[in-house]
Design a protein around this ligand. Structure first.
Ligand code: TXA
Ligand code: MG
Length: 315
């Protein structure tokens, strides 16, 4: 049975107790709901992979309450510190060299010598991290390969009965996963477009970002690069300005539809609604989905990245 915890002191205390005892608790962040477990507890981390049905080569993001806590586990260079000071708490994950003997389960890093860390900008996530006082490993709270959850209903539709509890924080504000930046070397590289637009990072760095490695779907040499991902059950056709017979249309702006990511063409609204729309298409039983073109700047880059993955050929 998965318990539903209210976002009050009792709920937070229960959630923290469960996490400290090795349990799995889904909690809200500003991006998407996370599936949390104690990052220092091998058994808890193993259960995260089991609950998600996730291939074990895919490492996890560790959530911490502030940059100071991050420095206890990772080495931060000047660039990493500047980015952290500018964007944390927020939708930015930094991949950093891990300190040896940091106490993080090897399952979290999948054997890499780097650790992905982030400081979430959500009052419940912050309160939970402080109450638990452990680094919390948390992938998005969806079965592997399926659409990320932005509401408690999404979490339960994929993971009910597989996790101890979900802490209810309503709908997530950003709606897209964090932007992942590899800051372990001399030049930062973008590993995943996400809730923080790449342009904002480039403005902070004063230089364009190098794109990270992209590996084929079958053999992800770099983690987080599975091509087919974030998939609804139906097939997906992109850049569609009109529908073909049998297709359900996911619109944007003036290209109206029953489902529209943002009737006004606002990319922030579209990002926040994307995963909910994909979940809705599943619930409607849509077998063929056509998606309107989305401008490829700002959050549109992350939206298009998720849509391309949703449209990629599947195994
Ligand atoms: O917004 C988010 O980032 C959400 C919330 C819950 O924080 N989390 C999330 O986690 O999206 P997940 O597990 O679905 O995606 C984490 C990504 C994966 O693609 C993984 O391969 C990559 O981060 N990753 C983790 N550790 C890494 C590392 N050391 N080097 C490179 N990529 C890493
Ligand atoms: Mg995910």
């Amino acid at each position: 049975m998965t318990r539903h915890l209210d976002p009050d002191e009792t709920g937070l205390r229960r959630a923290a107790e469960m996490l400290r005892r090795g349990g799995l608790v889904s909690f809200p962040t500003e991006t998407v709901y996370g599936l949390g477990g104690d990052a220092t507890d091998d058994a808890a981390v193993a259960r995260i992979f089991e609950a998600k049905g996730r291939p074990s080569f895919n490492p996890l993001i560790v959530h911490l309450p502030d940059a100071e806590a991050v420095e206890a586990y990772c080495v931060m260079n000047d660039t990493a510190r500047r980015l952290a000071a500018t964007f944390w708490p927020g939708a930015l994950t930094l991949v950093l060299p891990i300190r040896p003997y940091a106490g993080i389960s090897k399952l979290v890093t999948a054997g890499l010598d780097t650790l992905a860390v982030r400081v979430p900008d959500h009052p419940l996530a912050q309160a939970l991290l402080r109450e638990t006082a452990r680094p919390i490993a948390a992938p998005s709270a969806n079965p592997s390969g399926r659409v990320s959850p932005t509401t408690v209903q999404h979490v339960l539709s994929g993971l009910a009965g597989r996790i101890e509890a979900v802490l209810d924080g309503g709908a997530c504000g950003v709606g897209l996963e964090s932007t992942i930046l590899d800051c372990s070397g001399d030049t930062p590289a973008l590993l995943r477009a996400g809730g923080l637009p790449a342009e904002a990072i480039e403005a902070c760095l004063g230089a364009p970002l190098a794109p990270g490695p992209v590996a084929p779907a079958s053999a992800p040499s770099a983690p987080g690069q599975l091509v087919s991902h974030y998939a609804p059950r139906g097939t997906v056709r992109l850049d569609a300005t009109e529908t073909e017979p049998g297709e359900t249309y996911l619109g944007f702006g003036a290209l109206g539809a029953d489902l529209n990511l943002s009737p006004t063409g606002d990319l922030v609204e579209a990002a926040s609604k994307l995963f909910d729309c994909l979940h809705r298409l599943d619930a409607m039983g849509a077998t063929r989905i056509a998606v309107a073109p989305i401008p490829d700047h700002g959050l549109g880059r992350a939206i298009n990245d998720r849509l391309r993955r949703a449209a990629a050929p599947r195994d």
